[in-house]
Design a protein around this ligand. Structure first.
Ligand code: GTR
Length: 356
């Protein structure tokens, strides 16, 4: 049943090199991975500039939080760019009960910790650290080329969009976390919701240091297959939010069937690490079924590494019954478009169970 549903979407070949050769081994996959990053950079998100040599962090404030169970800090991260230094603040919460805490790098809609969509005390109680980035501290969510956008040359067709910039900043947070003794940077998850779920995927696709990549309700140009998708389309998203993407993405408006790429390629770039895709039952704009089928279609990139991708019965998923056993995890929870405590409890259960 799922096989037929995937076949009906007419996806471009994931496991074939550009020259038509089949991708059969993990070594082949390394080469295919490069092609896919090139393709998605050129046609959708834009090319990401090289990482800076060094990211430094200045601790601006530090205080006990959550009844003394954690330390909460404001840390200003700084690095060099082609047009001078850039800095942005993050909020870091580190539980005291853990020697080296696994961390959630949260690319977030607000700077507040805790916040709606970020049950910080509960996360601390599970032994996880939080590094929260307020996305507009990196660059505005508009066509305005401020912040990071002003500091790199940008090609009109292939230069990075705002999603690429927020993703790049999330990687710079991990650069900094690698310098901290109290963080287990080998267990770093990048997480985002909606447009920031797209961001988390593009970040984790490129940056293999993240052991877990979590997309919450990312939908169009995120986890959901574009071909045959309901709700938001590439035509619409590229029209309303052109600045999230590179200039070339405009050429694919209304041409889903012809595009040489589709979101399962983005998901596949996380292989063989752990990927967690989350949907909400009422979120028809994002299209839960297309998000789920995206995971099924991407699974081949895991099986080539002898890791099962999404382990699922041959049927559409049931609400509130997460699938966590494979390299790809998926759940659809009840309710609407939101990063909910319910989602967090599943993410943490997954991390605890698999040590990611
Ligand atoms: C919507 C957009 C979606 C999603 C959402 C969000 O307006 O169409 O793709 O990203 O915003 O980020 O909340």
């Amino acid at each position: 049943m799922l096989k037929e549903k995937i076949a009906a979407r007419g996806l471009p070949a994931l496991m074939r090199m550009n020259d038509g050769r089949a991708v059969k081994t993990p070594d082949d996959w390394r080469a295919r991975r490069k092609e896919l990053i090139e393709l998605l950079s050129r046609e959708e998100y834009g090319f990401t500039p090289a990482a800076p040599d060094k990211v430094s962090g200045d601790i601006e404030t530090s205080a006990d939080a959550f009844a003394g169970k954690a330390v909460q800090q404001t840390v200003r991260l700084s690095f060099d760019t082609p047009k001078g230094p850039f800095s942005f603040p993050i909020t870091l919460v580190v539980p005291k009960a853990v020697k080296k805490a696994p961390v959630f790098v949260c690319v977030a809609f607000r700077p507040n910790v805790p916040d709606t969509g970020l049950p910080a005390e509960e996360i601390v109680d599970h032994g996880f650290a939080i590094a929260n980035i307020f996305y507009k501290d990196v660059t505005d969510d508009s066509a305005v080329p401020d912040g990071l956008a002003a500091l790199y040359p940008r090609d009109e067709k292939t230069g990075w969009g705002k999603i690429g910039m927020w993703a790049f900043a999330s990687s710079r947070v991990l650069d900094y976390l690698e310098t901290r003794e109290d963080i287990d940077h080998t267990r770093a998850a990048v997480i985002g919701h909606s447009r920031l779920g797209k961001t988390a995927l593009w970040c984790g696709a490129q940056d293999e240091r993240f052991s877990l990549v979590i997309s919450n309700d990312s939908g169009c140009s995120g986890a959901a297959i574009s071909r045959g998708k309901v709700g938001e389309s590439v035509d619409r998203i590229a029209h309303v939010f052109p600045f999230w993407f590179c200039g070339n993405y405009q050429a694919w408006r209304g041409r889903d069937e012809e595009a040489p790429f589709d979101p399962p390629m983005l998901l596949a770039l996380v292989a063989p690490r752990k990927l967690y895709v989350c949907s909400a039952e009422e979120d028809s704009w994002a299209d839960p079924e297309s998000e789920f089928l995206g995971c099924v279609a991407a699974s081949e990139a895991w099986t080539i590494h002898r890791v099962p991708g999404l382990i699922t019965p041959d049927e559409l998923p049931r609400v509130g019954e997460p699938l966590m056993d494979g390299g790809i995890c998926y759940h659809v929870r009840a309710g609407s478009h939101f990063l909910s405590r319910t989602d967090w409890l599943y993410h943490m259960a997954c991390r605890e169970r698999f040590g990611v």
